[in-house]
Write a protein that binds this ligand. Structure first.
Ligand SMILES: Nc1ncnc2c1ncn2[C@@H]1O[C@H](COP(=O)(O)OP(=O)(O)OP(=O)(O)O)[C@@H](O)[C@H]1O
Length: 254
């Protein structure tokens, strides 16, 4: 681990009953980079993200975040340390506008007017205004500012995925974990997500992205780790990784 590393995963293990899903996984994610996690279905990618984001306990190993041990911290504590994530399936709240969806995420984290009787005070009102501005800025950053007042469920699929990213971004995370952000997208939409991710890295967010789309990985990732059956079988720059025989075998069986 150096000061330049955002995330260091060391010897991580996970079992579900008799099934060993992660086996001694080591990863180092330098700050201000985009780090890909690839691998065939069932390789353990989402499980890894769930452990890093505090949703699942591991059965061994350790995790450091910006130099501090953070293993076994719950998701809320990790969120306070600057970790945010999205999920494989879109999880929008029905009946809320685009801006409200983002605000809901911000409220949950900041607990505005968090103690009884404080709602309606000048301080609480100022905080609400600040959060609304933050939500609109975040929507601007993902290209959805003009859709702020639309019902979220009326957005096209690609924009709903952007909105998921906006909800994670509103907390201004240092480390953003994206779980298959382009699942089910057409080429124009996934190219747009790629540009968004590259822009986030340039503005100082470190990103770990689980992704099946190898062209996207090649376009946006500084490094990629390939998992197969719970083990890291290669970790390198994307072009180099994809040439490795063990990676080709895991993906294409040859
Ligand atoms: N809660 C659970 N209980 C039991 N087994 C699980 C659980 N969650 C995941 N698994 C199993 O662990 C393995 C890894 O699953 P995981 O979802 O992490 O893989 P993945 O690489 O993200 O796959 P995909 O690309 O299909 O999303 C799979 O065999 C899966 O069936």
């Amino acid at each position: 681990m150096t000061d330049a590393d955002a995330l260091v995963v060391d010897g991580l293990a996970k079992r579900f009953g008799g099934l060993s899903v992660l086996r001694s996984v080591d990863l180092t994610v330098p700050r201000d980079t985009v780090f890909g996690i690839a691998g065939p279905n069932g390789a353990g990618k989402t499980t890894l993200l769930n452990i890093i984001s505090g949703l699942l306990p591991s059965d061994g190993g350790s995790i450091r975040l910006y130099g501090d041990a953070c293993h076994r911290l719950p998701a809320q504590a990790l969120a306070r340390l600057g970790v945010a994530r999205t999920f494989q399936n879109i999880r929008l709240l029905r009946g809320l506008t685009v801006a409200e969806q983002v605000l809901a995420g911000a409220y949950r984290r900041r607990r505005v007017g968090g103690f009884r009787g404080s709602a309606g005070t000048p301080r609480a009102r100022a905080e609400v205004r600040e959060l609304r501005d933050q939500a609109l800025e975040t929507l601007e950053a993902v290209g959805l500012r003009d859709a702020a007042d639309r019902l979220a469920e009326t957005l096209p699929y690609g924009d709903q995925r952007r909105l998921e990213i906006a909800r994670a971004l509103v907390s201004r995370p240092r480390l953003l974990l994206l779980d298959e952000p382009t699942a089910g997208m057409n080429a124009a939409d996934w190219t747009g997500i790629g540009e968004l991710v590259t822009g986030l890295r340039e503005s100082g967010t470190t990103i770990v992205v689980v992704e099946h789309n190898m062209r996207l990985i090649q376009a946006i990732c500084d490094r990629v780790a390939v998992l197969a059956s719970g083990e890291v079988i290669a970790c390198d720059e994307p072009d180099l990784c994809l040439r490795r025989p063990e990676v080709r075998k895991a993906y294409f069986g040859k």
